[in-house]
Design a protein around this ligand. Structure first.
Ligand code: CP3
Length: 339
């Protein structure tokens, strides 16, 4: 039994004395103890070493006091297992030397046996669960197929992913073939994550917001929905689709347990879109760079705007690497003291 099951109860829509809190990307670079490990091991070595995964996964639980752990890993381990050789370039981010630009290339992408290719992730989950000693639930995650597709076709980050969209619009058959393969691989991967001990699954659609509402439905939601439907009988699923407020209502009917919000959506509008479904978010992560008194004030304001029922406190996107640890702690403290 978990000592702190606030997150699981919030995902069921239970009325709680205060909302649970965790932060997207909380196991990341703002923690000095994480930066120390970075001097010794490169990024994907950290992801592939289960002992390091467990150590990093626990850091924010011990140091910041969040109500849930999120597995230290990356959304790009899935396309790597499919044969796309992503590197992580210092100060630049993901890089793929030969991005997918044709139907022939899309056809060569494999659907791997996840159990073998990604065994290090599942072992990382088992070790993380042991290390957490039932203190808090463990969140497993994957990228939405569209977001993975963005990196696979662009080969690196982008603000607009114009060439990815152009590929999708002009070669839809190739795009859909690749999206379908990513979807099937992600379903197998997430089912195995749950089997290995993940208590909750979050799907990150970081780039859903570059699409129009119609194209979001066609190229993104259609695939994410398949993942939700396959996973929701086995674990609660949270979908965070950045910039996709227009789809909240539609997404709320899919079997998800909660929907994540970025900071551009007002609480009352989001509530109108989803009814009683649990919402998660949505403080602008840049607010954590302001003086602590202001961090506290903005966090309190967010708490008052959302109901304490059916709500998980979080940021509206990943915590920034330059965030002072004390500011992250202040954000979490205000929520834990809230009644
Ligand atoms: O809390 C956690 O940090 C859990 C693990 C986690 C990472 N990436 C570790 C990471 C999670 C949940 C992710 C998700 C992820 N990865 C997303 C979706 C969430 C989002 O922020 O939109 C995306 C788009 C990626 C792809 C990715 N990985 C990018 C674009 C980058 C470079 C930019 C950056 O954020 O640093 C990464 C690298 C990465 N993933 C780091 C970490 C801790 C930093 C690199 C390092 O430590 O050397």
């Amino acid at each position: 039994m978990l000592q702190n099951d606030l997150l699981l109860r919030a995902l069921k829509g239970e009325k709680l004395s205060r909302p649970p809190v965790w932060m997207m990307r909380q196991a990341g670079r703002y923690l000095p103890s994480f930066r120390k490990l970075k001097e010794k091991y490169d990024f994907f070595t950290r992801c592939r070493t289960p002992e390091l995964v467990a150590e990093i996964t626990c850091m924010p639980v011990h140091q910041i006091g969040v109500d849930a752990a999120i597995l230290f890993s990356d959304i790009l381990v899935v396309p790597q297992a499919m044969g796309l050789d992503f590197q992580m370039k210092e100060n630049e981010g993901p890089f793929l030397e030969y991005p997918i630009r044709s139907i022939e290339q899309a056809d060569r992408v494999k659907c791997p046996q996840v159990q073998e290719e990604l065994s290090y992730v599942f072992e990382g989950i088992r070790l993380s669960k042991q290390a957490l000693k039932n203190r808090v639930p463990l969140i497993g995650f994957a990228g939405a197929p569209w977001t993975i597709f963005c990196y696979a076709v662009e080969g690196r980050g982008s603000k607009t992913f114009n060439s990815v969209k152009a590929f999708g619009f002009s070669q839809p058959a190739a795009a859909h073939r690749l999206l379908e393969k990513i979807t099937q691989t992600t379903i197998a991967y997430l089912l195995k994550k749950v089997e290995s001990g993940a208590d909750v699954i979050q799907i990150f659609d970081s780039w859903g917001g570059v699409l129009s509402p119609q194209d979001y439905e066609l190229f993104s939601w259609r695939y994410t929905q398949k993942i939700v439907e396959s996973l929701c009988p086995y674990a609660p699923v949270i979908v965070f689709a950045k910039g996709c407020w227009h789809a909240l209502s539609r997404m709320s009917e899919s079997g998800v347990s909660a929907l994540g919000l970025d900071w551009t959506v007002p609480a009352d509008k989001a509530r109108n879109f989803v009814g009683a479904l649990t919402l998660q978010g949505n403080l602008d992560p840049v607010q954590l760079l302001a003086p602590i008194s202001q961090v506290k004030e903005k966090t309190l304001r967010m708490l008052r705007e959302f109901d304490s029922q059916s709500y998980i406190a979080n940021l509206g996107h990943g915590i920034l690497p330059e965030t002072p640890v004390e500011n992250a702690q202040a954000f979490v403290e205000v929520i834990k003291e809230y009644r």
